[in-house]
Ligand binder design. Sequence first.
Ligand SMILES: [Zn+2]
Length: 149
Amino acid sequence: MLCPQCQHDESKVVDSRTVARDGSIRRRRECLSCGNRFTTYEYIMKQPLLVVKKDGRRVEYDRDHIVRSIQIAANKRPVSAEAILDAVSDVHRQIEELGKGEVASKHIGDLVMAKLKEMDEIAYIRFASVYRAFEDLGAFEAEIEQLRE
Ligand SMILES: [Zn+2]
């Protein structure tokens, strides 16, 4: 923590208190070089997000995995790399807004499908066929039929 006055990197804490419900801590510090007093805030990093798979296993949330699966679904479709990253950002934000430490893989799949449906129908169908794991070919065909209408 650099002193804002002299850039010295050592300071001592003269006062600490919790200020907010999010657990952030406000500290008054005193520079060990020039004696300047300044204030810092510490925030707790959000807990890591776990994805609950269909079989109940939990794996660490992997944003890149979502990007890759959309890239595969959108292969050779008129969907830009930027649009894919935007979609993943949207999905990520929606997951964060749930405010939970865990999210079902099915829920992530649903969010991605909703995005793809707006972006490109073929990419959507490809993704859905893998992610939703259509119970049988009939369900898959019904979905395609619904899109045609
Ligand atoms: Zn200083």
